[in-house]
Write a protein that binds this ligand. Structure first.
Ligand code: ADP
Ligand code: MG
Length: 336
């Protein structure tokens, strides 16, 4: 009798434990997110997880990586690897980390692919523009630096991962590709530690993977360039894709009715004129970031030829507000 009682209470105890644990074992996946200001912008990481603790740890690990990444690649931080390359322009090669080396190499590849519209040697022109204080360079100042804007004068050495700018005064600026590449790296890192879905949003460079907890795709809005922050020109439904927008509304000032912004044509040193924004969609963030900048800078005709040649998915908003949406993007665009 006694032992029977014991068995019954043991069963009850086991049942109770199972009931207590059940919610944890079958916890439904939820969305967790956190933002930090890094790389001169707001970075928001969103992950889907069935554990708040796991989500928090994953996000913290990713931000730790991104802080190191920023330290290496910042154009303005005097202790960054990019600054070391720039200080040694025309002097000597600089050995750098694999991230910096790889990103510089990729930047040169996209520069070649875009016929020089994207040019990571844009630095000497960029520093002449001061968008915060609404100061623009004179034609003479620009003319002087134009010969320095030449990515073919960036020398790479695979043997020791070194980068050298061949001419005195050259400045490497990876700002047009660094955030998209960071999105790729962040997604790889989060996938590696078991996060199966989420969004890495580096301001206008966004990469999504997996799907929302209810099984639906992630949705990413394309900003309406002349509207308020939450005015959208369109919404993309995306699965395992990156999307980048380069816009003339990010860093700009207006003088005598003319808008001067941070997307610069390497052959003139002046802001590109044909678009308000260019959005590119591709599985890789490095592609969308570099090529949204490239297409913006190319101008109308070259841009359309480039899209045809590369089959790139793109949403163009011209300077008069009219749009061009590539055929291969339409299925991802809601209400079209
Ligand atoms: P954002 O930084 O606003 O997301 P982009 O990715 O389009 O926008 O990059 C703009 C940055 O790229 C500029 O701030 C500058 O550092 C750099 N840049 C500007 N013009 C060019 C160009 N023609 N080629 C390569 N990089 C450029
Ligand atoms: Mg870009």
């Amino acid at each position: 009798m006694k032992s029977k009682l014991l068995t019954v209470s043991a069963i009850i105890a086991v049942l109770a434990i199972v009931l207590i644990l059940r919610p944890a074992l079958t916890a439904t996946p939820r969305i967790y997110k956190k933002s930090e200001i890094l790389m001169d912008t707001v970075i928001t990481l969103t992950v889907v997880s069935n554990s708040e603790k796991k989500a928090g740890e994953a996000i913290d690990t990713a931000f730790k990586y991104l802080r190191q990444y920023e330290k290496m690649l910042s154009f303005f931080d005097a202790s960054s690897e990019v600054s070391a390359i720039n200080k040694n322009a025309g002097i000597k090669p600089v050995k750098v980390s694999s991230d910096t080396y790889e990103l510089t190499k990729k930047a040169i590849e996209y520069a070649a692919l875009s016929g020089g519209a994207f040019d990571p040697a844009i630095g000497p022109a960029m520093v002449l523009w001061d968008f915060k204080n609404k100061k623009r360079p004179t034609i003479e100042e620009l003319k002087e630096v134009l010969p320095l804007l030449d990515f073919t004068h960036i020398a790479l050495n695979d043997n020791d991962s070194s980068v050298m700018l061949k001419d005195n005064g050259m400045l490497l600026d990876l700002g047009g590709i660094a955030k998209g590449y960071a999105a790729d790296k962040t997604v790889a890192l989060l996938k590696n530690i078991g996060i199966t879905a989420g969004i890495a949003a580096m301001a206008g460079d966004i990469r999504v993977w997996g799907q929302r907890p209810d099984g639906s795709p992630w949705r990413v809005g394309i900003r309406s360039p002349r509207g308020s922050n939450d005015d959208l020109a369109g919404v993309l439904s995306l699965k395992d894709m990156a999307v980048s927008t380069s816009g003339d509304y990010e860093r700009f000032f207006i003088e005598d009715g003319v808008r001067y912004h941070h997307l610069i044509v390497p052959s003139t040193g002046m802001p590109a004129r044909d678009f308000q924004s260019v959005t590119v969609v591709n599985p890789k963030g490095e592609v969308t970031d570099a090529l949204s900048t490239a297409v913006f800078v190319m101008g109308k005709e070259k841009a359309l030829r480039f899209l045809q040649k590369t089959n790139l998915m793109a949403y163009l908003i011209y300077s008069d507000g009219s749009t061009f949406i590539s055929e291969n993007l339409r299925a991802m665009l809601e209400d079209h």
